[in-house]
Design a protein around this ligand. Structure first.
Ligand SMILES: Cc1cc2nc3c(=O)[nH]c(=O)nc-3n(C[C@H](O)[C@H](O)[C@H](O)COP(=O)(O)OP(=O)(O)OC[C@H]3O[C@@H](n4cnc5c(N)ncnc54)[C@H](O)[C@@H]3O)c2cc1C
Length: 305
Protein backbone atom coordinates (compact mmCIF):
# COMPACT_ATOMS: atom_id res chain seq x y z
CA UNK A 1 0.00 0.00 0.00
CA UNK A 2 1.42 3.38 -0.92
CA UNK A 3 1.27 6.15 1.65
CA UNK A 4 -1.64 8.55 1.39
CA UNK A 5 -0.39 12.16 1.64
CA UNK A 6 -3.87 13.60 2.29
CA UNK A 7 -4.35 11.19 5.20
CA UNK A 8 -0.89 12.06 6.53
CA UNK A 9 -1.76 15.77 6.47
CA UNK A 10 -5.10 15.27 8.25
CA UNK A 11 -3.76 12.81 10.82
CA UNK A 12 -0.75 15.08 11.62
CA UNK A 13 -3.12 17.99 12.16
CA UNK A 14 -5.36 15.89 14.43
CA UNK A 15 -2.64 14.22 16.51
CA UNK A 16 0.44 16.46 16.33
CA UNK A 17 3.95 15.30 15.45
CA UNK A 18 4.64 13.57 18.77
CA UNK A 19 1.72 11.19 18.36
CA UNK A 20 1.81 10.34 14.67
CA UNK A 21 4.55 8.47 12.79
CA UNK A 22 4.92 7.27 9.21
CA UNK A 23 6.73 4.04 8.17
CA UNK A 24 7.61 3.35 11.80
CA UNK A 25 9.56 0.12 12.55
CA UNK A 26 7.48 -2.01 14.90
CA UNK A 27 10.68 -3.52 16.33
CA UNK A 28 10.81 -0.28 18.36
CA UNK A 29 7.35 -0.89 19.78
CA UNK A 30 7.33 -4.59 20.71
CA UNK A 31 9.05 -6.35 23.61
CA UNK A 32 10.41 -8.94 21.12
CA UNK A 33 12.26 -6.06 19.35
CA UNK A 34 11.06 -7.64 16.11
CA UNK A 35 8.80 -6.38 13.34
CA UNK A 36 8.84 -4.46 10.05
CA UNK A 37 7.33 -0.99 9.59
CA UNK A 38 3.75 0.07 10.13
CA UNK A 39 2.56 2.45 7.41
CA UNK A 40 1.19 4.75 10.10
CA UNK A 41 1.52 4.65 13.88
CA UNK A 42 -0.88 6.71 15.97
CA UNK A 43 -1.01 7.35 19.72
CA UNK A 44 -4.49 8.61 20.62
CA UNK A 45 -4.70 11.08 23.50
CA UNK A 46 -8.18 10.10 24.67
CA UNK A 47 -11.37 8.28 23.74
CA UNK A 48 -12.85 11.22 21.83
CA UNK A 49 -9.71 11.57 19.70
CA UNK A 50 -9.66 7.83 19.08
CA UNK A 51 -13.22 8.10 17.86
CA UNK A 52 -12.13 10.86 15.41
CA UNK A 53 -9.21 8.69 14.26
CA UNK A 54 -11.58 5.85 13.40
CA UNK A 55 -13.78 8.18 11.37
CA UNK A 56 -10.69 9.47 9.52
CA UNK A 57 -9.46 5.93 8.80
CA UNK A 58 -12.89 5.00 7.50
CA UNK A 59 -12.99 8.05 5.20
CA UNK A 60 -9.67 7.02 3.67
CA UNK A 61 -10.50 3.29 3.74
CA UNK A 62 -7.34 2.53 5.74
CA UNK A 63 -7.28 -0.70 7.78
CA UNK A 64 -6.15 -0.59 11.41
CA UNK A 65 -4.51 -2.77 14.05
CA UNK A 66 -4.72 -1.96 17.75
CA UNK A 67 -1.74 -2.47 20.00
CA UNK A 68 -1.02 -2.04 23.68
CA UNK A 69 2.54 -2.43 24.92
CA UNK A 70 3.39 -4.97 22.21
CA UNK A 71 4.34 -7.64 24.78
CA UNK A 72 2.27 -10.47 23.33
CA UNK A 73 2.76 -9.99 19.59
CA UNK A 74 5.09 -11.14 16.86
CA UNK A 75 4.98 -8.53 14.10
CA UNK A 76 6.08 -10.07 10.79
CA UNK A 77 9.08 -8.79 8.83
CA UNK A 78 7.25 -6.81 6.14
CA UNK A 79 5.37 -4.94 8.84
CA UNK A 80 1.77 -3.81 9.07
CA UNK A 81 -0.23 -2.23 6.25
CA UNK A 82 -2.48 0.60 7.27
CA UNK A 83 -2.58 2.17 10.71
CA UNK A 84 -1.40 0.82 14.04
CA UNK A 85 -3.18 2.51 16.93
CA UNK A 86 -1.06 2.17 20.04
CA UNK A 87 -2.78 2.66 23.39
CA UNK A 88 0.06 4.01 25.40
CA UNK A 89 1.14 6.87 27.65
CA UNK A 90 -1.53 9.45 26.79
CA UNK A 91 -4.22 6.97 27.82
CA UNK A 92 -2.62 5.79 31.04
CA UNK A 93 -4.62 7.72 33.65
CA UNK A 94 -5.88 5.92 36.75
CA UNK A 95 -8.05 6.85 39.70
CA UNK A 96 -9.46 5.13 42.75
CA UNK A 97 -13.13 5.24 43.77
CA UNK A 98 -13.75 3.14 46.89
CA UNK A 99 -12.80 -0.44 46.04
CA UNK A 100 -12.77 0.35 42.32
CA UNK A 101 -9.97 1.52 40.06
CA UNK A 102 -10.83 3.22 36.79
CA UNK A 103 -7.94 3.40 34.33
CA UNK A 104 -7.09 4.07 30.71
CA UNK A 105 -6.22 1.14 28.44
CA UNK A 106 -2.67 2.45 28.02
CA UNK A 107 -1.79 2.20 31.72
CA UNK A 108 0.90 -0.40 32.46
CA UNK A 109 -0.41 -3.36 34.44
CA UNK A 110 2.58 -3.06 36.74
CA UNK A 111 1.66 0.55 37.58
CA UNK A 112 -2.02 -0.23 38.15
CA UNK A 113 -1.09 -3.17 40.38
CA UNK A 114 1.22 -0.92 42.41
CA UNK A 115 -1.46 1.81 42.53
CA UNK A 116 -3.91 -0.75 43.95
CA UNK A 117 -1.35 -1.72 46.62
CA UNK A 118 -0.81 1.93 47.58
CA UNK A 119 -4.56 2.33 47.98
CA UNK A 120 -4.80 -0.79 50.17
CA UNK A 121 -6.67 -2.78 47.51
CA UNK A 122 -6.01 -6.48 47.02
CA UNK A 123 -6.78 -8.78 44.06
CA UNK A 124 -4.41 -7.43 41.44
CA UNK A 125 -1.09 -8.62 42.82
CA UNK A 126 -0.96 -11.41 40.17
CA UNK A 127 -0.51 -8.75 37.45
CA UNK A 128 2.48 -6.93 38.94
CA UNK A 129 5.06 -8.51 36.63
CA UNK A 130 3.08 -8.87 33.40
CA UNK A 131 4.67 -6.28 31.06
CA UNK A 132 1.49 -5.34 29.18
CA UNK A 133 -1.00 -2.51 29.13
CA UNK A 134 -4.32 -2.79 30.91
CA UNK A 135 -6.18 -2.91 27.57
CA UNK A 136 -3.94 -5.68 26.22
CA UNK A 137 -4.46 -7.61 29.47
CA UNK A 138 -8.24 -7.39 29.15
CA UNK A 139 -8.06 -8.43 25.47
CA UNK A 140 -5.91 -11.47 26.40
CA UNK A 141 -7.49 -12.14 29.82
CA UNK A 142 -3.90 -12.13 31.05
CA UNK A 143 -3.19 -14.03 34.22
CA UNK A 144 -0.48 -15.41 36.47
CA UNK A 145 -0.12 -17.18 39.80
CA UNK A 146 -3.49 -16.93 41.57
CA UNK A 147 -5.52 -14.71 39.26
CA UNK A 148 -6.46 -13.35 35.89
CA UNK A 149 -8.25 -10.28 34.56
CA UNK A 150 -11.64 -12.03 34.50
CA UNK A 151 -11.64 -11.98 38.32
CA UNK A 152 -11.34 -8.20 38.64
CA UNK A 153 -12.76 -6.46 35.54
CA UNK A 154 -16.33 -5.20 35.99
CA UNK A 155 -16.73 -2.73 33.12
CA UNK A 156 -14.99 -1.88 29.83
CA UNK A 157 -15.49 1.11 27.55
CA UNK A 158 -14.58 0.69 23.88
CA UNK A 159 -14.63 2.63 20.65
CA UNK A 160 -16.00 0.88 17.54
CA UNK A 161 -14.81 1.21 13.90
CA UNK A 162 -17.55 3.76 13.40
CA UNK A 163 -16.24 5.91 16.20
CA UNK A 164 -19.06 4.97 18.62
CA UNK A 165 -18.29 4.64 22.34
CA UNK A 166 -19.76 1.47 23.92
CA UNK A 167 -19.87 0.16 27.50
CA UNK A 168 -19.56 -3.55 28.31
CA UNK A 169 -20.59 -4.97 31.70
CA UNK A 170 -18.84 -7.93 33.35
CA UNK A 171 -21.26 -10.59 32.06
CA UNK A 172 -20.75 -9.45 28.44
CA UNK A 173 -16.98 -9.94 28.37
CA UNK A 174 -16.95 -13.70 27.57
CA UNK A 175 -13.71 -14.30 29.44
CA UNK A 176 -12.02 -17.71 29.13
CA UNK A 177 -8.43 -18.94 29.20
CA UNK A 178 -6.52 -16.14 27.41
CA UNK A 179 -9.78 -15.18 25.75
CA UNK A 180 -12.21 -12.24 25.76
CA UNK A 181 -15.04 -10.99 23.56
CA UNK A 182 -12.70 -8.33 22.14
CA UNK A 183 -10.79 -10.97 20.17
CA UNK A 184 -13.81 -11.15 17.85
CA UNK A 185 -15.22 -7.64 17.56
CA UNK A 186 -12.14 -5.56 16.64
CA UNK A 187 -13.10 -2.73 19.00
CA UNK A 188 -10.54 -0.59 20.81
CA UNK A 189 -10.58 -1.08 24.57
CA UNK A 190 -10.23 2.39 26.08
CA UNK A 191 -11.19 2.46 29.73
CA UNK A 192 -11.42 -0.31 32.30
CA UNK A 193 -13.07 -0.48 35.72
CA UNK A 194 -11.60 -2.99 38.16
CA UNK A 195 -13.24 -4.11 41.38
CA UNK A 196 -10.86 -5.12 44.14
CA UNK A 197 -11.19 -5.77 47.89
CA UNK A 198 -9.72 -3.77 50.73
CA UNK A 199 -6.71 -5.41 52.31
CA UNK A 200 -3.63 -4.86 54.41
CA UNK A 201 -1.09 -2.68 52.56
CA UNK A 202 1.94 -4.54 53.92
CA UNK A 203 0.52 -7.97 53.06
CA UNK A 204 -0.35 -6.77 49.53
CA UNK A 205 3.18 -5.41 49.00
CA UNK A 206 4.71 -8.62 50.40
CA UNK A 207 2.72 -10.66 47.86
CA UNK A 208 3.87 -8.38 45.02
CA UNK A 209 7.48 -8.73 46.16
CA UNK A 210 7.14 -12.53 46.33
CA UNK A 211 5.63 -12.76 42.80
CA UNK A 212 8.33 -10.42 41.45
CA UNK A 213 11.11 -12.46 42.99
CA UNK A 214 9.63 -15.73 41.64
CA UNK A 215 9.32 -14.26 38.15
CA UNK A 216 12.85 -12.85 38.13
CA UNK A 217 14.34 -16.17 39.21
CA UNK A 218 12.50 -18.25 36.57
CA UNK A 219 11.97 -16.08 33.49
CA UNK A 220 14.52 -14.71 30.98
CA UNK A 221 13.54 -11.09 31.67
CA UNK A 222 16.95 -9.84 30.57
CA UNK A 223 16.25 -10.87 26.94
CA UNK A 224 13.64 -9.55 24.47
CA UNK A 225 10.64 -11.88 24.20
CA UNK A 226 6.85 -11.91 24.07
CA UNK A 227 6.49 -14.03 27.22
CA UNK A 228 5.14 -17.57 27.00
CA UNK A 229 5.19 -18.48 23.33
CA UNK A 230 2.57 -21.22 23.55
CA UNK A 231 -0.77 -21.60 25.28
CA UNK A 232 -0.89 -24.11 28.11
CA UNK A 233 -2.12 -27.41 26.62
CA UNK A 234 -4.76 -29.03 28.81
CA UNK A 235 -3.09 -31.20 31.46
CA UNK A 236 0.46 -30.08 30.61
CA UNK A 237 2.82 -27.14 30.78
CA UNK A 238 4.26 -26.08 27.41
CA UNK A 239 7.66 -25.23 28.95
CA UNK A 240 7.99 -28.66 30.60
CA UNK A 241 7.05 -30.48 27.36
CA UNK A 242 9.60 -28.44 25.39
CA UNK A 243 12.28 -28.99 28.03
CA UNK A 244 11.58 -32.76 28.14
CA UNK A 245 11.88 -32.88 24.34
CA UNK A 246 15.41 -31.56 24.79
CA UNK A 247 14.82 -28.26 23.02
CA UNK A 248 16.20 -25.74 25.53
CA UNK A 249 18.71 -23.55 23.70
CA UNK A 250 17.50 -24.65 20.23
CA UNK A 251 18.22 -21.80 17.85
CA UNK A 252 17.03 -20.67 14.41
CA UNK A 253 18.89 -17.53 13.30
CA UNK A 254 18.58 -15.10 16.20
CA UNK A 255 15.55 -16.82 17.76
CA UNK A 256 16.23 -19.21 20.60
CA UNK A 257 14.35 -21.39 23.09
CA UNK A 258 15.42 -19.75 26.33
CA UNK A 259 17.96 -21.74 28.30
CA UNK A 260 16.36 -20.37 31.48
CA UNK A 261 12.68 -21.16 30.72
CA UNK A 262 11.78 -23.42 27.78
CA UNK A 263 8.34 -21.81 27.47
CA UNK A 264 9.91 -18.60 26.15
CA UNK A 265 11.31 -17.93 22.68
CA UNK A 266 13.83 -15.11 23.08
CA UNK A 267 15.49 -12.78 20.63
CA UNK A 268 19.15 -13.51 21.20
CA UNK A 269 20.14 -10.72 18.78
CA UNK A 270 18.83 -9.61 15.40
CA UNK A 271 16.16 -12.31 15.20
CA UNK A 272 13.66 -11.88 12.39
CA UNK A 273 10.01 -12.86 12.62
CA UNK A 274 10.81 -15.56 10.02
CA UNK A 275 13.37 -17.04 12.47
CA UNK A 276 10.75 -17.11 15.24
CA UNK A 277 8.12 -18.71 12.99
CA UNK A 278 10.58 -21.44 11.89
CA UNK A 279 11.52 -22.11 15.51
CA UNK A 280 7.86 -22.28 16.58
CA UNK A 281 7.15 -24.82 13.80
CA UNK A 282 10.19 -26.91 14.73
CA UNK A 283 9.11 -26.99 18.40
CA UNK A 284 5.51 -27.86 17.51
CA UNK A 285 6.66 -30.74 15.28
CA UNK A 286 9.17 -32.18 17.74
CA UNK A 287 6.92 -31.93 20.81
CA UNK A 288 4.10 -33.57 18.85
CA UNK A 289 6.38 -36.35 17.60
CA UNK A 290 7.58 -37.11 21.15
CA UNK A 291 4.43 -36.55 23.24
CA UNK A 292 1.51 -36.42 20.81
CA UNK A 293 0.59 -32.99 22.23
CA UNK A 294 -0.20 -30.08 19.89
CA UNK A 295 1.13 -26.68 20.92
CA UNK A 296 -0.63 -23.52 19.78
CA UNK A 297 0.93 -20.04 19.93
CA UNK A 298 -0.26 -17.70 22.67
CA UNK A 299 1.70 -14.93 20.99
CA UNK A 300 -0.45 -13.17 18.41
CA UNK A 301 1.13 -13.11 14.96
CA UNK A 302 0.32 -9.97 12.97
CA UNK A 303 1.42 -8.19 9.79
CA UNK A 304 2.87 -9.31 6.45
CA UNK A 305 5.51 -12.01 6.01
C1 LIG B 1 8.53 -11.23 29.93
C2 LIG B 1 7.06 -11.43 29.69
C3 LIG B 1 6.28 -12.05 30.66
C4 LIG B 1 4.92 -12.25 30.45
N1 LIG B 1 4.16 -12.87 31.42
C5 LIG B 1 2.83 -13.04 31.24
C6 LIG B 1 2.04 -13.67 32.25
O1 LIG B 1 2.51 -14.04 33.32
N2 LIG B 1 0.72 -13.84 31.99
C7 LIG B 1 0.14 -13.43 30.82
O2 LIG B 1 -1.07 -13.60 30.66
N3 LIG B 1 0.87 -12.84 29.85
C8 LIG B 1 2.20 -12.63 30.03
N4 LIG B 1 2.94 -12.01 29.05
C9 LIG B 1 2.30 -11.63 27.77
C10 LIG B 1 1.72 -10.20 27.74
O3 LIG B 1 2.44 -9.35 28.61
C11 LIG B 1 0.24 -10.17 28.08
O4 LIG B 1 -0.51 -10.94 27.17
C12 LIG B 1 -0.30 -8.73 28.07
O5 LIG B 1 -1.58 -8.72 28.60
C13 LIG B 1 -0.32 -8.13 26.66
O6 LIG B 1 -0.59 -6.75 26.80
P1 LIG B 1 -0.06 -5.70 25.74
O7 LIG B 1 -0.59 -4.39 26.13
O8 LIG B 1 1.41 -5.81 25.61
O9 LIG B 1 -0.79 -6.23 24.45
P2 LIG B 1 -0.19 -6.29 22.95
O10 LIG B 1 0.90 -7.30 22.90
O11 LIG B 1 0.10 -4.94 22.47
O12 LIG B 1 -1.46 -6.86 22.18
C14 LIG B 1 -1.91 -8.18 22.41
C15 LIG B 1 -3.25 -8.33 21.70
O13 LIG B 1 -4.19 -7.47 22.33
C16 LIG B 1 -4.76 -6.55 21.39
N5 LIG B 1 -4.91 -5.27 22.11
C17 LIG B 1 -3.97 -4.67 22.88
N6 LIG B 1 -4.46 -3.55 23.43
C18 LIG B 1 -5.72 -3.42 22.97
C19 LIG B 1 -6.76 -2.46 23.18
N7 LIG B 1 -6.59 -1.40 23.97
N8 LIG B 1 -7.96 -2.66 22.55
C20 LIG B 1 -8.15 -3.75 21.76
N9 LIG B 1 -7.21 -4.68 21.53
C21 LIG B 1 -6.02 -4.53 22.14
C22 LIG B 1 -3.78 -6.49 20.23
O14 LIG B 1 -4.45 -6.23 19.02
C23 LIG B 1 -3.18 -7.90 20.24
O15 LIG B 1 -3.97 -8.78 19.47
C24 LIG B 1 4.31 -11.80 29.25
C25 LIG B 1 5.10 -11.16 28.28
C26 LIG B 1 6.46 -10.96 28.49
C27 LIG B 1 7.27 -10.25 27.46
Amino acid sequence: MSLNQDFIREASALLGQEQFFVSEPMSKHTTFNIGGPADYLLFPANMEQLSQIFVLLKNYDIPHTILGNGSNVLVLDKGIRGAVIKMHAPMSYKRCEGNRIIAGAGAYLKHVSQFAAENGLTGMEFACGIPGSLGGAVFMNAGAYDGDMSGIVVQVKTVTHNGKILTYEKDELDFGYRHSVFQHNGQAICEITLELASGDKEAIQAKIDDFTQRRESKQPLEMPSAGSTFKRPQGYFAGTLIDETGLKGLQVGGAQISTKHAGFVVNSGNATAADVLKLIKEVQDRVYAKNGVKLFPEVRIIGEQ
